[in-house]
Ligand binder design. Structure first.
Ligand code: ATP
Ligand code: MG
Length: 224
């Protein structure tokens, strides 16, 4: 695989925190604004990102998607990456929610491929607890990459900031626990309820205003 391909994942073991939609948002923005060739590997057996991609392509056969999406079972990802990974500038791995976080769990092992992981957190107590558990997985990734003499970056961010009052507390706790939280967070945005493969959230003034600073921080922190 080309050494300049970045493999990233917006991940948390917790379900419903925005892993898939934020992946779509960042992926389309990287494609449109930064002219990157971007692939999302959808490893969720529900394949919601892949289904949406297929449906949208079918609905608008004349339009060109900004990104590509592949649905793969976790066990097939390594072979895929070896063969086709080099064709892309950035690859996102979208993982399902997970209950088993043992180091040899196939979903956990997927994350060992990553150069960087961004963890969405909804600022409630249960989410913070779940994220603290997920940090053990991040630690394993970091150690694995260190053994390989490769860089690894992990950050967190508050998603749906306006839903909870306890965001600042959550940020402080996670920062203290060693997860470097983004300066920018995301509020509950209408654009997140209608992700599309044809448009970047930054193509509207509203999107630019609500998503721009977060996206810039993403590019800076993950060096894309
Ligand atoms: N910032 C946001 N603003 C508005 N809606 C959001 C935001 N983040 C997530 N959502 C909504 O929350 C729901 C869950 O998001 P999503 O499917 O991305 O979570 P997930 O972590 O991928 O879940 P799963 O673990 O089931 O894969 C979706 O309906 C999505 O549109
Ligand atoms: Mg998902």
């Amino acid at each position: 695989m080309a050494s300049d391909t970045k493999i990233l994942s917006i991940s948390n073991s917790k379900g419903g925190v925005g892993k898939s939609v934020v992946t779509m948002m960042v992926a389309t923005a990287l494609a449109e604004q930064k002219k990157k060739k971007v692939l999302i590997i959808d490893c969720d057996s529900q394949a919601s990102v892949y289904e949406m991609y297929e449906q949208e392509k079918e609905m608008y056969p004349d339009k060109t998607p900004l990104i590509e999406v592949e649905a793969l079972s976790p066990r097939r990802v390594n072979t895929f990456l070896k063969r086709f990974g080099g064709d892309y500038d950035v690859i996102f791995i979208d993982i399902p929610r997970m209950t088993d976080k043992k180091a040899d769990n196939p979903t956990v092992m997927l994350l060992y491929n990553c150069d960087g992981i961004l963890v969405p957190v909804i600022g409630s107590e249960v989410d913070v607890l779940a994220t603290q558990e997920f940090m053990e997985v991040l630690e394993e990734c970091k150690n694995f990459k260190a053994d390989m003499k490769e860089d690894f970056t992990a950050h967190g961010f508050i998603n749906r900031r306006n839903l909870r009052k306890s965001n600042a507390e959550a940020e402080e706790l996670l920062n203290k626990a060693g997860l470097k939280m983004f300066e920018n967070s995301l509020s509950d945005l209408r654009i997140f309820t209608t992700p599309t493969i044809f448009k970047s959230p930054l193509s509207s003034t509203e999107g630019e205003r609500r998503f721009g600073a977060f996206f810039n921080e993403f590019c800076k922190k993950f060096k894309v």
